[in-house]
Write a protein that binds this ligand. Structure first.
Ligand code: SAH
Length: 466
């Protein structure tokens, strides 16, 4: 971040602009929305600047800027559209202690003016560090459409009511009240009965919330998907948005944790497959302890919580403690991995079933129905298989699987650092050793990347007996 966005207090502050042409006009239109004292210096003001001065919306001095003019100002805009004049005026401004912006000169400016979506007192500032003004304008357009014009009015009414709302205890209760006002009750009342209606609705709403029964603690066991935040479900996003406490595994991508509310407590219980982890008993105790305080808890697991996520153990513990829970399924790693290689997990005539297995479990290498897996046309998604690959390979070959059986390993599926390793049973262990993968990887047994299919002999499932 080369530029740090802040909101500067402008009420009653002195702001100086040098210039009187188009660039000056464009900036002044924006600056006059603030409550600053605006002083314009130019020997050649556009007629509308003279009009604005006559309306007391700014102060006009009809001459070029001189030393002393910027004293006491917080911001200065050099808008003469003339490099030498801008250099002269900005040198004066810097010497007199103001932060300087030179219109259309990013390199010599100390600050830049963002694209602004104005729903005062709600303002959205969009900046691209000067890199992509087109993008900034597109984002602005998008937000202009999305944020109702009544948002400002709603916020001003809400702001006056903040004191009264302190009757509700700080935290979830007060948050629920405001969420109800801004997203449900407020917009409806404003549309139907105008500002007065919105104000009255606040009083009624406060009563309702003051008398509402306290919310019970609750645990949502949420699937975070394979890593790409866009592969979160809408329900998962909402749960993250509302959670007071988020208890997550190590595999959860930081971009996903970013979506949590700033005030939420994040607890990393560091579980990675069957690897070293916070003890299940401790996780259960954590969830129960927070739930007893009425907290809304998200127990965030990678992929789908029902696949190698110890979901049942945690549900049993929650049931035993009498804590309410719900499950929000997620996209499992196998789906993301198959998508990344353009493959279908089932295919008519090839495999009518898909096996989900693990290479490694609590007891070590996991034993499987090897004979069934060795049958031609079988497809399996093998989780936590990196360490067990040599063992898998040996067992499958021993049970008669073809050494040519395609195996594709997808590491960090759906993430920016995703890698795909195309292999076959004969060379699986050696290929994996060579690849030195360090991220989570899933092994798609019996599946080759779509692009490679032409080269691999396809064996229809029905044609082969056990
Ligand atoms: N519940 C998760 C699986 C948890 S077990 C799910 O449904 O996906 C952890 C294993 O999942 C890892 O060892 C790896 O095999 C697999 N895995 C999880 N995320 C992955 C990703 N982004 N890419 C590849 N494999 C992943």
């Amino acid at each position: 971040m080369k530029h740090f966005p802040i909101f500067l207090a402008m009420e009653g502050q002195k702001l100086v602009l040098s210039g009187g042409g188009d660039a000056a006009l464009a900036k002044l239109r924006l600056l006059m929305k603030t409550e600053a004292r605006i002083e314009v210096f130019t020997a050649d003001p556009a007629p509308v600047i003279v009009t604005w001065a006559g309306e007391d919306r700014l102060n006009l001095t009809a001459r070029a800027l001189q030393p002393g003019d910027v004293a006491g100002a917080v911001l200065f805009y050099a808008a003469d559209e003339d490099a030498r004049e801008d250099a002269r005026t900005s040198a004066i401004a810097r010497a007199e202690g103001a932060l300087v912006n030179i219109v259309d000169n990013l390199a010599d400016s100390q600050f830049i003016t963002p694209a602004i979506v104005d729903r005062d007192p709600v303002t959205v500032a969009i900046g691209t560090e000067g890199a992509a003004p087109v993008l900034a304008r597109a984002i602005k357009r998008d937000l202009e459409e999305r944020l109702p014009v009544t948002l400002g009015a709603l916020t001003r009414i809400g702001k006056r009511f903040r004191r009264a709302a302190e009757a509700l205890p700080f935290g979830r209760k007060r948050r629920d009240f405001w969420a109800d006002y801004y997203f449900t009750t407020g917009p409806r009342a404003l549309a139907e009965d105008g500002p007065q209606g919105a104000e009255e609705a606040l009083n009624t709403l406060l009563d309702t919330h003051l008398n509402a029964a306290p919310r019970a603690g609750h645990v949502a066991l949420v699937g975070a998907g394979p890593g790409d935040p866009e592969l979160l479900t809408l329900k998962a996003r909402r749960a993250l948005d509302e959670a007071d406490v988020i208890i997550h595994d190590r595999l959860i991508a930081p971009e996903i944790l970013e979506l949590a509310r700033r005030e939420a407590t994040l607890i990393d219980v560091g579980k990675e497959g069957f690897g070293p982890s916070t003890d299940q008993t401790r996780i259960a105790a954590l969830m129960t302890r927070h739930a007893r305080t009425g907290a809304q808890i998200v127990r965030l697991k990678s992929g789908d919580p029902a696949i190698y996520g110890r979901l049942d153990e945690e549900l049993t513990a929650l049931d035993a403690a009498g804590v309410g829970w719900s499950i929000i399924p997620g996209l499992t790693a196998a789906s993301a991995a198959a998508a990344s290689i353009g493959q279908s997990l089932t295919q008519r005539g090839r495999n009518s079933s898909l096996r989900i297995l693990t290479g490694h479990d609590t007891k070590g290498f996991a034993e499987q129905d090897w004979a069934a897996l060795a049958r031609p046309g079988t497809a399996a998604a093998i989780y936590m298989a990196k360490r067990g690959a040599r063992f898998l390979q040996g067992r499958l070959l021993m049970h008669g699987a073809s050494p040519q059986t395609p195996v594709t390993i997808v590491e960090n599926a759906s993430r920016a650092d995703q890698t795909v390793l195309q292999s076959c049973l004969a060379t699986l262990a050696a290929d994996l050793d060579r690849a030195e993968m360090s991220g989570p990887a899933i092994l798609l047994y019996g599946l080759a990347p779509r692009a490679a299919l032409a080269e691999i002999p396809q064996v229809p499932e029905a044609a082969h007996g056990p």
